[in-house]
Design a protein around this ligand. Sequence first.
Ligand SMILES: Nc1ncnc2c1ncn2[C@@H]1O[C@H](COP(=O)(O)OP(=O)(O)OP(=O)(O)O)[C@@H](O)[C@H]1O
Length: 316
Amino acid sequence: MTLIDAQGLTKRFGARIAVDAVDLAVRPGVCFGFLGPNGAGKTTMIRLLLGLARPDTGRVLIGGHDVAQRPSLALSSVGAIVEEPRFHPHLTGVENLRVHAPLVGDGAAARIPSLLERVGLHGRGDEKVKGYSMGMRQRLGVARALLGDPQLLVLDEPTNGLDAEGMAEFRTLIRSMVEEEGRTVFLSSHLLDEMQKLCDEVAIVEQGRIITQTTVRELLHGATGTRTLILDCDDPARATDLLGRVTGVTRVAPSAGPDGEPVLAVTCEGGRETAIAVSRALVEAGIGLAELRVDALSLERRYLDITREASGGGPA
Ligand SMILES: Nc1ncnc2c1ncn2[C@@H]1O[C@H](COP(=O)(O)OP(=O)(O)OP(=O)(O)O)[C@@H](O)[C@H]1O
């Protein structure tokens, strides 16, 4: 089943094409990320999905209903924050939600206390929003988007302006909405690392086009399960020789760890099985391991490869 189904979406601003013949299919119950640099067309695409802008061509169905023709049906179970969430600064968090609740429908106001708790603003709801930090505003924005108890939550660049702690809290909130509450979350970001941690699936957007749509797992490891392991051990020369003979290992090369320490980068195909064979071979040979981990930069490398391939350059 598909929750969001967009076909042939195009949006022009004068001569500029902001969204260019985009097809998009998002299934329910996942966190789906729209990943791309500034100006790639993410916000415009989100506005089209929500019926806030009209496409020049194409159509969007949400839950099987056409957003342009049956907006109240299509959007009845959608909560959204597009661009920065805006509030009345002189009203409290609770008052801001109360202003919005009647627009959402019966029962929304009664949910305010539990929603504030849900987003981690318990005990802060009676403070004026002008005194809220960026992270608190984002959380209040999520509470407002959840007032109608939507199945689909659409968030445009939700981690903008959050510090590391705020991002980690936000991630926990989003993941629990997906995993525990079964909601679908569609969000956009230009932050690769964030998307890797948050999303199940991503679409990479460049110059108004979706150049690939895939699971984060496949994006990280490729269709063949390629991954790079970083190995810090007490005998790199012997490890290099040994691992070169392990089935699935395609390359063993010297590299540098985060603090410049010498490590080995071990490129494997065959996913988890090969990674297990690597660790077993090292342990059986009596090589001491300080560290063996999947390379955190993998997503960035894959992302650059994909965008390079899409622009005709081929992988590096
Ligand atoms: N109302 C508008 N009028 C004219 N051009 C627009 C309008 N809205 C967007 N654009 C242009 O469309 C392109 C896509 O913009 P959009 O805001 O959708 O990108 P984005 O990926 O969300 O970028 P950002 O991460 O910077 O918000 C940009 O070139 C932008 O200048």
